[in-house]
Design a binder for this molecule. Sequence first.
Ligand SMILES: Nc1nc2c(c(=O)[nH]1)N[C@H]1C(S)=C(S)[C@@H](COP(=O)(O)OP(=O)(O)OC[C@H]3O[C@@H](n4cnc5c(N)ncnc54)[C@H](O)[C@@H]3O)O[C@H]1N2
Ligand code: MOO
Ligand SMILES: [Mg+2]
Length: 402
Amino acid sequence: MVPVDEYRERISKLLPPAPGQRVALEDCLGLALAEDVTAPIPLPPFDNSAVDGYAVRVADVAGADALNPVTLPVTADVPAGRVDVPALDEGTAHRIMTGAQLPPGAEAAVPVELTDGGTERVAVHRALPDGSNIRRAGEDVTAGQVVLEKGQTLGAAQLGLAAALGHAELPVSRPPRVLMLSTGSELVEPGAELRPGQIYESNGIMLAAAVRQCGCEARLLRFVPDEVSQLHAALEPHLADSDLILTSGGVSAGAYEVVKDALESSGVRFDKVAIQPGMPQGSGYYEADGHRVPVVTLPGNPVSSIVSFEVFVRPALRRAGGHREIHRPHRRATLTETLRSPSGKRQYRRGGFDPETDTVTTRGGAGSHLLSGMAAANCLLQLPEESTEVESGSTVDVWLLE
Ligand SMILES: Nc1nc2c(c(=O)[nH]1)N[C@H]1C(S)=C(S)[C@@H](COP(=O)(O)OP(=O)(O)OC[C@H]3O[C@@H](n4cnc5c(N)ncnc54)[C@H](O)[C@@H]3O)O[C@H]1N2
Ligand code: MOO
Ligand SMILES: [Mg+2]
């Protein structure tokens, strides 16, 4: 049997790094930056008011308090967005709003709550130190600064920052395009009538979602029957625009192992990997019509397919997609129960990790058909190859799924 880490490396080597491209900001969520991003402008871009109130010179309001307010004429109104802001003369105030450009000469902004709110003349009830309630140009980001780094995954805040700096598009790694194909003559579309012996197709929808969650594109072909010619026919139209073919089912020891039967002859290698669930695996290249596309074939048992996707395929897709964060977050946790595990195989159980207590408890049994435990889990709990029993209170490795 192939060791888990060796097999993971083999799968990672199948996929070359994706090329870089420039993509509009609204299509960048979840993608990885292909280059560092710098700031073309400072942030804030100009000195501006942090409050709705009045721009003043500090000397003009020195000594003001509630009993002895200072009254100043209001000589301009400065809403946010005004571009022709007049200078502030000594002994005057400008009414100013949050985010509006600070008038030349102004040294502080008095919140409207500390005034009488006048529009012609304003009574200021408090003295303020120089710079009060002013947001200075460049105090967040200076022009030329690297603000986002190559390999960073773009989430909401990163996209917000890029937009604030005026970037309309970003250099990202092109997301790997995955063709997800689920095989099995027993599979029926959810919503349709189920006859005895049939089951609803679930691996395709699950694995395509998992592919998308790691920042890749997925095209899903859900109902390929256990017939070799039909598998080839399903693949053919998509070879030119797929970076990876991912299949579910048909790789074990039975009489109708469509994936194995179709792909073994085209050079895909089938192995037993020392993992439970997920032991029967295949990988290599599918070659046809001058195309050569990497293939990973996952076993059909639902939990086997998603667990082996997590362990073998996700890291490869993250790396190929240019992401700096390739692996799920790792924790060490105290096991709350005694577990048995198969000798010579690394077992991944579905777990509930409690961050308050750093403990982990299984969700459902070890069987590779027990999908509800997977759906209830927030982590995979890893039991080493050499162990056959792990006692309650032991420290174990967990990989957070969320
Ligand atoms: N004699 C042996 N039998 C089996 C072995 C073995 O070594 N010797 N290995 C077992 C292990 S371990 C696994 S894992 C499975 C792998 O099976 P296949 O990859 O060949 O998958 P199938 O036979 O097509 O299906 C297995 C199981 O999963 C259900 N399935 C398949 N596709 C889907 C789908 N898209 N959605 C929902 N459920 C699906 C299918 O109905 C079967 O119940 O083989 C063991 N057998
Ligand atoms: O290796 Mo299989 O994936 O246990 O059910
Ligand atoms: Mg089978």
